[in-house]
Design a protein. Structure first.
Length: 126
């Protein structure tokens, strides 16, 4: 199981007291569905949330997995579970925007239906 890795510690002054506040950003790591996808389709070699793309509108998109195929292409994978969160529509919109803005990457959208995996790839209409 992949455990969270802490980002570098950032220092920030508290506005009212002039004191330095210390905080770190912790990644919780992949959930069980994301882990299963990595093991099954990426042979456990995927890098979890390894890249964040800045989209043209100013928002950011962080795919669940990044992998590099033997031919050197970078593949970005978004994995969703059977339960549809309200944020899944927003995630699909960000995925579509990233796919349009960064044609140098290969994008994959995978949904675990509870029984099987369903895929949307970068050439298909999402």
């Amino acid at each position: 199981m992949v455990k969270g890795v802490s980002a570098p510690v950032q220092m920030e002054k508290h506005p009212s007291q002039g004191k330095i506040k210390r905080y770190t950003k912790m990644s919780k790591g992949p959930n069980k569905t994301e882990q299963a996808y990595n093991l099954r389709f990426l042979a456990g070699e995927g890098r979890y949330e390894a890249i964040t793309l800045r989209l043209p509108g100013g928002s950011r998109y962080t795919p669940d997995w990044m992998s590099v195929c033997p031919l050197g292409f970078v593949h970005l994978h978004e994995v969703k579970g059977a339960y549809r969160h309200p944020s899944q529509g927003r995630a699909l919109t960000a995925w579509r925007e990233a796919r349009a803005a960064f044609p140098c990457f290969r994008f994959h959208w995978a949904v675990w239906s509870g029984r099987e995996w369903r895929f949307l790839h970068d050439q298909e209409k999402a």
